[in-house]
Design a protein around this ligand. Sequence first.
Ligand SMILES: *Cc1c(COP(=O)(O)O)cnc(C)c1O
Length: 354
Amino acid sequence: MIFSSDNYSPVPQQVLDALVEANKGYQPSYGEDSQMTKVRHLIQKVFEAPQAAVYLVATGTAANSLALSTLCEPWQTIFCSPVSHIHEDECNAPEFFSGAKLTLVGNGDKINPKELKKSIQAEESRGVHGPQRGPVSITQITEKGQVYTLNEINELTQIAKEFKLPVHMDGARFANALVSLGCTAAEMTWKAGVDVVSFGGTKNGLMGVEGVIFFDPQKAWEFELRRKRAAHLFSKHRYLSAQMLAYLENDLWIELAGRANKAASRLIAGLKEIKEVEFLVEPKANLIFVKMPAYIHRKAFSMGLEYYTWSEIDGVSDDTPVVARFVVDWSRSLGDIDKFLEIMRNAAEKESYI
Ligand SMILES: *Cc1c(COP(=O)(O)O)cnc(C)c1O
């Protein structure tokens, strides 16, 4: 029973079948394959953006770093959340590829518009000596499992536009956010002022493919050069395309995220009935952060439940609060969730813990 991350999950059969199909015969290399043409058209259709430039890379770190480096200059700064993946989990790849620095906005998870404006205004006050303002990057869904509403995205992008700054969206869990909001892909992105999206595939079922979408194709060539220079242009590219094509065809991506979110809702509802379990934030999709006494964690763990913890556990007393993250991926059945809840209910019964 592993709920550590959605990249622990297997790959859906449709994607494997698509890889087998793509393995037949010969196809041009380096993104010139016929599947990529279909991927491009499907993404342009799904996003209602016929001009959009569409690329594939194999990791979210590459998608974010290459997208951001294309949006900024080395003397600029990228505005992001202090818990953003680009800041905490990419080993400075965004800084490496862009040459820019990151400016952390506020101290929360979601970026607050007032704080964004304050951070942006604070830059460029030192002339040539300080960093110049650069792109704003937001994560949808956020690292803590929240979802920016369309209004919230609009508010942030309007501030960016006031300062003529481009906006990037880290959509590692794009589909889960889209299903949660029930809006269109266009509404969540360019219609809300987002310029470039890292369009996640891996966390939602692919073997290792992320899209990068530029709604304005003006910088497309620069991105292509950067991708190649960063060693991220795959020669046998058709195997990336085939995965993304299977993901988009018949709305598989929406179906998978729908499953994950639905199973997560059941888990959230069940956890709410366990009074010892407290939510750090109200979860809106498939990432759940809770705080619970260490004894529950210990017992749940001994009963085979696995997830990440964000606290010191060794040697702490049974009542010490432990922060845990549960991630529900596309492959989870409602039966799995019921088993999870049964373990948690048992674990919460203190008397039975000896
Ligand atoms: C997982 C994740 C990524 C991508 O990470 P890789 O390990 O590089 O594929 C990017 N952003 C967020 C918010 C993520 O959760």
